[in-house]
Write a protein that binds this ligand. Sequence first.
Ligand code: ZN
Length: 369
Amino acid sequence: MLKFKCPFRKSCVTEGRFLGWWAKSEKLTGRLTRTKKMYGSLPPLFTFGVIADIQYADIEDGFNFKHTRKRYYRNSLRLLRRANEKWKSEAVQPRFIIQLGDVIDGYNKKYDASERALETVVNELDKSAIEVHHVWGNHEFYNFSRDDLMMSALNSKTVDGTMAEDAVQSCSVSDTEESYAYHFSPAPYFRFVVLDAYDLSIIGRKEPSTRYYEALEMLQAHNDNDDLNHPPVAEGLEQRFVKFNGGFSQGQLDWLDRLLTLSDEKLEKVVVVSHLPVHPYSTDPICLAWNYDRVLSILHSHKSVVCFMAGHDHDGGYYRDASGVHHLTFEGVIETPPESEAFGTVYVYEDRMALKGNGRVSDRVLPYP
Ligand SMILES: [Zn+2]
């Protein structure tokens, strides 16, 4: 073995120590600068928590449909508890939590355990006393009817008095097929919009209703399989036309457009959330909303939009589009092993948001467009 002999051993040691100290301090300064850059030296205006696809069920671990990912049905409750304890322990508690949908798994229906499972997760969330905004996903509809959901703890729809205009107060349409879509403003100049991605779907709507038939027609125009949960193609964007996805009705799209117009006028920063992602680069295309392109064109026509948050694709994803809108798809709790985590806290500043991820969720700085 070659031995390196240093003619200036002493000075080497000293220099080495100095270099070691310098490297360490540089590393530390770099880390501090990055942390400072990310979270800022000023305190955030407010923070909020995000968690997706808990899919709790009191059953043994299993696998996803393709048998490629393990699902930890009971552990998901433990991970929710750990996330909630973390939020509760923070010096400045999150102002609210966004639960991105699929809070309990469809298996609960099979075991007649839907009510009990929902009560379990709601009790867990209630322990922190932080307000929770619930998004509805496909698993909500595997367990409950839309009418049941409207009456349940998962209905966090609030009437926001800060926008008096009737046009944006609620997302009702004339044919009484109400959408579960609403908005709220947790702080001046900030607005959050909760969208209903199963407004146009054959699991979120029942026969006989206009939207059910409209959804069935749209789905069958692209997918002629007997099992509509089976994608029509093996790859590409057409894969999204499956029964476990859905889309947004014209009424909801018009409402979103009107709401964002008012937000533009009020110089607000807007975060839009939905169970289904709407940008093809932020997700596996099999998880995209059917009419994702319609939502994207609305988001792009309003300068107030900062980011779009979704769940459904348990592997997660991120993409910043050409308009500067951040598309975040959160990693699902259900496919997160017991030793890891899957949740985030977003720190909101005047010029950016900073996501502090835990476990599978990455840290991200989200400058405003
Ligand atoms: Zn889902």
